[in-house]
Design a protein around this ligand. Structure first.
Ligand SMILES: NC(=O)c1ccc[n+]([C@@H]2O[C@H](COP(=O)([O-])OP(=O)(O)OC[C@H]3O[C@@H](n4cnc5c(N)ncnc54)[C@H](O)[C@@H]3O)[C@@H](O)[C@H]2O)c1
Ligand SMILES: O=C(O)C[C@H](O)C(=O)O
Length: 330
């Protein structure tokens, strides 16, 4: 029996993500939690004739505990999205507190669950969750993931658009670093099998991947940020985690993880000088089997992007850790 939980299930990402999870034959039980509207969303989704049973919870009546108890995988898109003119970091003040409180719930009610964090700024909210888990004595870095899959999805899409060539579904284009602007580093030189982007188009395509989120925020014009493409990406990553748990081998996807706690991560952490970083991770029955070091053979162009990314990431990570270590006054 596999139980999946969505925290923030009534939101722009939460609803389509819950819909996609309901279609998965890998899930037997789906619990939807939000501070509003979950009874309606759960009732609606529960009429779909796939196997998973669906329940909806609100904070009243100990809803978070009921939603999380027995969970195997928890996906968190709870929190406020950007409006035009905002950076992801501007969301920190509100979303760090939301993620901290939800992570406390996970540490109490389902400490062994795979936790997938979508709430922005991912570069800081994942360190927040890690610190909460550490304080509770339940941190297992193999099970904590910052979801950066949308950056990979964008890399695949824009690579096709800019080159006019189809990116075969078996091709992986690693996108490493973090999930905001210049901390997002696409590594076309490390695509497997190789996928060639003409040099003259590289700047434009990298910029589009790094600032793809801004493009959607601008187009939505005050109506939020990416929700549908994010639901697709979040589902793609959750499905890979679940497939790996059920024994499927060879599943790899980049994710923002706590490097010192995963096989192969220590070496990468030394190289990049930060502890949280997105790299392709090999998934297995207990979460991350190994972090793959794709940095050894990158080219000079990519190395420069990486240097800029690391500078930005350092502050983002420290901010998340500090938020839990020295909480701001209420
Ligand atoms: N990682 C990524 O690639 C990525 C991509 C897109 C958006 N995001 C982020 O995802 C988050 C959600 O975006 P959205 O468009 O779905 O926003 P939204 O406002 O549409 O939905 C957020 C939901 O979270 C709920 N919520 C707020 N506080 C909560 C709490 N304490 N417990 C449970 N639920 C709570 C809200 O009620 C709302 O339903 C934002 O922070 C956004 O920046 C991340
Ligand atoms: O851009 C945002 O704020 C949302 C998300 O992180 C994205 O990349 O689309």
């Amino acid at each position: 029996m596999v139980k999946a939980v969505v925290l923030g299930a009534a939101g722009g990402i939460g609803q389509p993500l819950s819909l996609l999870l309901k279609t998965s034959p890998l899930i037997d039980e789906l619990a939807l939690y939000d501070v509003v509207n979950t009874p309606g969303v759960a009732a609606d989704i529960s009429h779909i004739s796939t196997t998973a049973t669906v329940t909806g919870f609100l904070p009243a009546d100990d809803g978070l505990r009921h939603a999380l108890t027995g969970a195997d995988i928890v996906v968190i898109p709870a929190g406020v999205p950007r409006k035009p003119g905002m950076t992801r970091d501007d969301l920190f003040k509100v979303n760090a507190g939301i993620v901290r409180d939800l992570a406390k719930g996970i540490s109490e009610y389902c400490p062994k669950a795979y936790t997938l964090i979508i709430s922005n700024p991912v570069n800081s909210t994942v360190p927040v969750a890690a610190e909460v888990f550490r304080n509770a004595g339940v941190l297992d870095p193999k099970r904590l993931f910052g979801v950066t899959t949308l950056d990979i999805v964008r890399a695949e899409t824009f690579a096709q658009e800019f080159t006019g060539q189809k990116v075969p579904s078996a091709t992986t284009i690693p996108v490493v670093g973090g999930h905001s602007g210049e901390t997002i580093v696409p590594l076309f030189s490390q695509a497997q099998p190789s996928f060639n982007v003409p040099e003259a188009k590289l700047d434009a395509i990298v910029n589009r991947i790094q600032f793809g989120g801004d493009e959607v925020v601008k187009a939505k014009n005050g109506g939020g940020s990416a929700t549908l493409s994010m639901a697709y990406a979040g589902f793609r990553f959750a499905e890979k985690v679940l497939k790996a748990v059920s024994g499927e081998k060879g599943l790899v996807e980049p994710s923002f993880v706590y490097l010192p706690g995963v096989e192969g991560g220590e070496e990468i952490a030394k190289e990049v000088g930060v502890d949280f970083f997105s790299v392709p991770v090999e998934l297995g029955p207990s979460g991350v089997v190994k972090a793959n070091n794709v940095l050894a053979n990158i080219n000079d162009y990519e190395r420069k992007l990486l240097e800029v990314a690391i500078k930005g990431l350092k502050g983002n990570i420290e901010k998340g850790v500090e938020f839990v270590k020295n909480p701001p006054p209420k």
